[in-house]
Design a protein around this ligand. Structure first.
Ligand SMILES: [Zn+2]
Length: 206
């Protein structure tokens, strides 16, 4: 089992959108600095927020394995925190990878428009590498093996093959996308509310 302070905590921005995950250690730091509050689900399934003091009070009445003990107090490891300031939580960029290019392009060949399973797909450099094309979000698209072979090392104009969508870095984070394997196994049931593709409206009690 992971050490308690290494447990994963879901991080929401001020608009209650999931932006990241961090360790419990980091979550406590943000909480004690006042840069984040704990989001806690009460038995009525309402979401409530707590600063360090009120989270301490909640933790005092809790008994479970996910507790962190200090000299004089014990704190429950939060499942979710919400940022109280923007600047402490930079957006995570989507890592450039084969899998994420496939996800961005919906597993659809950007030349013939046919959707394929991953094993029938390749990455295609729009501007070929030997012509100076880079391996970046802006120059790599999902292509079926047939189109990839047909285009070979030609420029789009030479092959008369142009990507259906202009390739760009995606704005989503694969971690949080529908069916994304990263979060497919929700560590906490309460995360589901924020990570499901069609989340219900968040109810915050005061
Ligand atoms: Zn194709």
């Amino acid at each position: 089992m992971k050490p308690v302070l290494d447990q994963q905590v879901l991080v929401l921005n001020r608009l209650w959108q999931p932006v990241n995950m961090c360790s419990a250690r980091r979550a406590f730091t943000l909480l004690f600095l006042g840069h984040a509050q704990v989001v806690h689900t009460d038995p009525d399934r309402m979401f409530d927020t707590h600063d360090a003091a009120s989270w301490l009070a909640i933790s005092e009445g809790y008994d479970g394995p996910d507790l962190v003990h200090t000299v004089s107090h014990r704190f429950r490891v939060p499942a979710i925190i919400v940022a109280t300031r923007y600047d402490r939580l930079p957006r995570q960029e989507v890592k450039f990878s084969r899998q994420n290019v496939f996800l961005r392009d919906g597993h659809t060949c950007q030349y013939c428009g046919v959707e394929h399973e991953p094993k029938l797909l390749n990455l295609d450099h729009v501007v070929p590498r030997h012509k100076g094309g880079k391996t970046t979000w802006e120059n790599v698209v999902c292509s079926c093996i047939r189109c990839n072979t047909r285009k070979a090392n030609k420029l789009p104009a030479e092959a008369n093959m142009f990507p259906l969508n202009e390739p760009r870095p995606p704005r989503w984070r694969p971690l949080f996308s529908a069916g994304g394997s990263g979060i497919g196994r929700f560590l906490h049931d309460s995360w589901r509310h924020f990570l499901d593709p069609s989340p219900a409206r968040v109810t915050v009690s005061h």
